[in-house]
Write a protein that binds this ligand. Sequence first.
Ligand SMILES: N[C@@H](CCC(=O)N[C@@H](CS)C(=O)NCC(=O)O)C(=O)O
Length: 212
Amino acid sequence: MKLYIYQHCPFCLRVLLLRGLKKLDLPVQVVLENDVETPTRLVGRKKVPILQKADGSAMPESMDIVRYLDAQFAPPILTTAERPEIDAWSERASGLIFRLAVPRITRGDFAELATPEARAAYIEREIRAFGDLETLLAATPELLAELAPLLAELDAMIPAPDSEFGESDIRLFPLLVMLSIVKDVRLPPALATWYNALLERSGLDDFSAQAQ
Ligand SMILES: N[C@@H](CCC(=O)N[C@@H](CS)C(=O)NCC(=O)O)C(=O)O
């Protein structure tokens, strides 16, 4: 089996989190942002993550891959029911988190941006999605002011780090990894405890070493 990803991609981070928590021996290949051929050959479109299975077939869609890998390799770790309040938070906050993280990711050190052509392709894709990235960066203080009460809300509902784990946790974690590239974000205490426990248990690095 092989997993195709971009390092910055929050959907890929869902699979990487599960892989890390379960200590799966699953090779990872980073696809360059301007490599249209590889993902299109595998799943007919330019989207990652993609899981290439042992029989050569390829599976797209992060949550399908997460569920497949969890079922395939015992013991399952997705054991708790979904947490609708956490999912609602993730949906509500993701646009804001993307607007803070994306302009910084375009300047970041990620393997999918290793060539000038790959970085240019990524920047073009994000400008199409978010408009002018310099304008977004300049809006950082307002975006951070919007984020603070949302983080406080999440802090009040975050589960204890040793409580059962489930799909809502898988969807939330990558949003906090994206926020780690934003220099002036401090997670409130319960949230920081939950996040750091998952980072440690999964062995993943977040983006804080290159926070801007
Ligand atoms: N619903 C998909 C979304 C995957 C997705 O949007 N991946 C982005 C990277 S974050 C992608 O590959 N975009 C490439 C492109 O649009 O060119 C999933 O959950 O796996």
